[in-house]
Ligand binder design. Sequence first.
Ligand code: PRX
Length: 651
Amino acid sequence: MTTNPEKLDTLLSEDRAFAPSEAFKAKANFNDPGIYERAAADPEAYWAEQAQNLTWFEPFTKTLEWNPPHAKWYLNGKLNATYNLVDRHRVGERKNKAAIIWEGEPGDSKVFTYDMLGREVDKAAHMLKSLGVKKGDRVMIYLPMIPELPVAMMACAKIGAIHSVVFAGFSSASLKDRILDADAKLLITADAGWRRGNQVPLKNNADVAVEDTPIEKVLVVERIGKDSGATMQEGRDVFWHDLIKAAPSDPFPAEPMDAEDILYILYTSGTTGKPKGIVHTTGGYLVGANTSMRSVFDLKDDDIFWCSADIGWVTGHTYIVYGPLSAGATLVMYEGAPDFPDRDRFWEIIEKYGVTIFYTAPTSIRTFMKWGPQYVERHNLDSLRLMGTVGEPINPEAWMWYHEHVGHERCPIVDTWWQTETGSAMIAPLPGLVTTKPGSATRAVPGVAVDVVDENGDPVQPGAGGYLVITKPWPSMLRTIWRDDERFQKTYFGKYPSIYLPGDGAHLDEDRYLWILGRIDDVINVSGHRIGTMEVESALVDHKSVAEAAVIGRSHEIKGQAITAFVTLKEGISATDDLVTELKHHVVEKIGAMARPEEILFTAELPKTRSAKIMRRLLRDIAEGRAIGDTTTLADPSVIDMLKQQYSDKE
Ligand code: PRX
C-alpha cells in the first residue's frame, strides 16, 4: 500500500468527472443501469446468462458449486475453448473476417481471417498430436509476439493440452523453473526474436533451460533463419515449418472439455522466491474473458481491437487471445516496441489499421507524455472510440493526457483493475454507464462483488481505505496454484475465510468509487510487471560476492515503481561500480531484464528487528526520501542514519 500521504492526497483531491456522452450511451452494449443491481441480486443467474454467449457441446446443469475456497462453475458443461475462439466463426458471416492483423517489426505484416486461422490451428494441432501431446499434458511456450504464439496456444486447447506461456523476456533460469514446476514434456520456442532491430536468443536460452528437465522435444519456429545462430539438437529439436508441412490438412476435431478442465497455467510472482502457477479452467475463464469484451470494452462486430500487452502476461492471454477471438473480433497484434523505428509507432499502427479500441498500460502513457505530444499529433486517430488502461494505478495526469492527446476528449477511458489470478477485468467502468474520474478504476463490473475492509474484515466507510477484497466467487477466478493448493488457500483465503484477498490496498471515496493504491505485500509493480522482492533477493544472494540483500520498490515517475537493492558484501569484497554492473547483469541472467535493479546500494548492515527481520518499510522511506517511520523495533537504530547518509551521498 502506498505509504506516501502526498500521493494519496493528490489522488483524492481529484474532482474531475466524465460522464458517458449521450451518443456513446445510446449505442453501448450495456446501457441499462439496472444491470448492476440485477447482477448483484442474483450473480449466478447473471453469469449463467453471460455463458450463453459461448457455444457449449453439452449444456451445464448447475452454474456454481462453492466450497470455499474452491469454486466450480458451469458444472457438467462441455466445451472447447478453441472451438469458441475460431471454429464457430468459420461458418457464416465471420468466415472471411480478419481475426488477427499481425504487425511485425517494420516490413512485416500478415492478416489471418477466421477461416485461415482455423486452418493454421488445425495443422498445428495435428503437429502437436504427432509429437505425442495428449489431453492434460503441459506444453511450455516461449515465443515472441508472432502469430505462431496464439496458434500454438489454440492448438493446445483444441487437443485439451494445458499451455503455459513464459514471457520471452524471461531468462533461461526462469524458464527452467517453470518447466520443472509444470512438469512439461514439450517446449515450443523460436530460433530467436526481434527487439528494436536486435535479436533475442530464445533458442539458446531454451537449450540451457531444458537441461535436466522432463522436456523431450523442442519445437522451433524459424523467425530469423540462418543468422540467428541457433543450433538444432538431433533427435530432440524439430522445426515447426517442417512438421506443419507434413501435417494433414483435414480439420482437427475439438476435444470436448469439461468446463472445469484446466485451460492453462500462467506463472506469476508472489511473496516467496518461487513463482506461482496460476490455474485457469476452460468454462469460467472463457465466460469472464468473453463477457468483459462486450461489457467493459463494448465490443461490436466492426471494431478493431488492439491490446498492446505481450501474450506472455495475463493481459495478452485474455485481451489478445481468449477475449477478442471468443467474441469474433478483429484484433491487432504487434511484435515490436513503441519506439522502434520511431516514437510514433503506436499511433502509426492505430492510423494504419483504423484501431477503434486501444488498451495499454499507464507506464506507456507516462513514457508518451515524456516524449511529448508531437508524436501523437503526426497521426490521425479519429478511428478511436474507446481506450483502456491496465496493470498499475494510473495517475490523474497520465489519465488526462491520454484523454486529451490520444482520445481527443471524445473517447471514454476504462481503467481496468484485475490480476493474473482474476482472469478478467474485475473493477472497471462500463463505458456507457459509469461516470469516470481520472485515477479511479470506479466500481466492480456486474456480477463481481468487491469491497474494502479493515484488518478485521469489516467493510470500511466511504472516505476510508483498507484491503481490497472480492467477497463472492466469479467465473474466471483461479482455481488453485498448480500442485500447491495449500499455498493457494493460504495466500488468497488465509486472512479472511471465504473472501478473496488480492493483495492490493484501496480507498473508497464518498461516492463509493474505488481508488487502487498498490500492493500491500512484498510484490513490486515495475512498468505493470509483477516482481517479487524475494525473487530479486534470491538472485542477488546467489552471486558469490553477496552476503545479504534487501529489495524494495520505490516510486518512479515513469515505471510506477523501480527496484532498489540494498546489498551487504562478503568479507574482503570491495564495493565497486563494476560490481554494481555485474550484480545487475546477474539479476537479468537469473530472472530477466524486467527485474534489473534500478540502483544497488552497498551497505555494511541492513536495518533489522531484534528477531532479525529486515525492515523493508524503513528502506522504502530512505529510497523515497521521506521521514523515517517508527524505528523502535530496530536492533541497531544507527544503521538507519548510516544508510540515509549513504543514500543521499549517492545522489
Ligand atoms: O496491484 C495490482 C496491479 O497489478 C496487480 C496484478 O498484476 P498481474 O497479475 O501481473 O496482472 C496485471 C494485469 C491484469 C494487481 O494486484 N494492477 C493491475 N491493474 C491495475 C492495477 N493497479 C491499479 N489499477 C489497475 N487498473
